[in-house]
Design a protein around this ligand. Structure first.
Ligand code: NAD
Ligand code: ZN
Length: 356
């Protein structure tokens, strides 16, 4: 199946199909005629899928080079970015060539920033292999690396030329990572699409979810694409995607960013916002119960023993907190969202209601 992202400058296609890894070269030929492709990937993904993608590109007549870096968020930094630039420059890559990201969000964000800046921008393609990357990070054009001072502090918006998604790659993904991605999928349903949410309520096990992976990915992508098309630069409508993230991010910050997988912190944040919202009369109690039940079924709401002060100290330094107020995304009923502009004091009172 093929989805389109329509943007004022230049749109792009998202190809979603089981087994598409072996057809990436042929499909890429429809949009990219250049001679050379740098496959950027990490040390977990390279041995699993590197060769299939390389063979597919070479069958389609591209020259390829592969750059592999150590898997993990710790690699998403300036040093690895320098390494990518070095490979591109030493390999005499020109603006007729391309970078293809094969991997999760770390690979996509890092190599996207490299492609956006090397020679002021060369073509960029994504082959996401985690559920999170397939439903979220590979679409929308946010590219970045981390600084010691914080995550994603250096980046830009740089849309890919196309995205190729093979749901079969999820078969090798650790279950914890599958659930991390699923947290964002539940978010997509909760803020925009009640039917999609109900489809996910039909899953009893991770196996159910993987069996339905193509539809699962499609449902999320439709929500994400809609948001990106309305608000490419994340200054308005797209902020709805922050549902669960204000408190989820506070939890991540308070626990040093390595305790919880991001999507699990978001799941905790969504459950907390739902609880607080019901207390404030901002959300239908029955819909909060459904959200909670779905997350609980997959054990996605960790027990957290943090004080209000621990959490709020971090929420106040969130980069999305402008001038002493911040925007909290709430879900009045499943499939709809609203923005609440809160002062830090109001957020604190809300969070008190939200904590179990
Ligand atoms: P990741 O890229 O670190 O991948 C998670 C782990 O799974 C890694 O160890 C990776 O090597 C491994 N892996 C990847 N695919 C695999 C497969 N098919 N089989 C087995 N193992 C596999 O993490 P992620 O969750 O994909 O992405 C997180 C990153 O994405 C963060 O840096 C975050 O900031 C970023 N992000 C970006 C956006 C955006 O819009 N650009 C959105 C959300 C998150
Ligand atoms: Zn997120």
């Amino acid at each position: 199946m093929k989805l389109e992202v329509r943007l004022p400058q230049r749109g792009y296609a998202i190809h979603l199909k089981k087994g598409i890894l072996d057809g990436v070269g042929e499909l890429l030929r429809q949009t990219f005629q250049g001679p050379k492709v740098l496959i950027a990937t990490d040390s977990n993904v390279a041995p699993l899928y590197g060769e299939r993608v390389r063979n597919s590109l070479e069958r389609a007549g591209y020259a390829t080079q592969t750059f592999v870096f150590a898997a993990g968020e710790a690699s998403k930094n300036m040093n690895t970015l320098m390494d990518v630039y070095g490979v591109l420059a030493d390999g005499h890559f020109t603006r007729s060539d391309a970078v293809l990201a094969l991997g999760g969000g770390v690979v996509g964000d890092l190599s996207g920033l490299a492609a956006a800046t090397y020679l002021r921008g060369i073509r960029f393609y994504q082959v996401p292999t985690t559920l999170l990357a397939q439903i979220d990070s590979s679409v929308g054009g946010k590219v970045a690396v981390d600084l010691p001072q914080g995550k994603n502090l250096v980046g830009n918006f740089y849309q890919p030329g196309a995205v190729f998604i093979d749901p079969d790659t999820l078969s090798t993904l650790p279950e914890a990572e599958v659930l991390g991605g699923f947290g964002e999928a539940v978010k997509h349903g909760a803020i925009m699409d009640e039917n999609y949410f109900a489809r996910m309520e039909g899953y009893q096990t991770i196996a159910d979810l993987l069996k339905d992976s193509e539809k699962l990915i499609e449902g999320s992508l439709r929500v994400k694409i809609g948001m990106v098309e309305q608000d490419e630069r994340d200054t308005g409508a797209r902020m709805a995607l922050n549902f669960g993230h204000t408190l989820g991010h506070a939890l991540e910050a308070a626990t040093g960013f390595d305790r919880y997988i991001h999507g699990i912190a978001v799941a905790w944040g969504m459950a907390a916002v739902a609880r607080g919202s019901v207390a404030m009369g901002w959300m239908k109690a029955e819909d909060a119960r459904r959200l909670n039940a779905l997350l609980e079924r997959f054990h996605m709401i960790p027990e957290v023993n943090l004080s209000l002060d621990d959490l709020m100290g971090k929420a106040a330094s969130d980069k999305k907190n402008f001038g002493g107020t911040l925007t909290l995304v709430v879900v009045p009923e499943l499939g709809k969202h609203e923005f609440k502009r809160l002062s830090l004091e109001e957020l604190r009172r809300f969070t008190k209601e939200a904590l179990p």
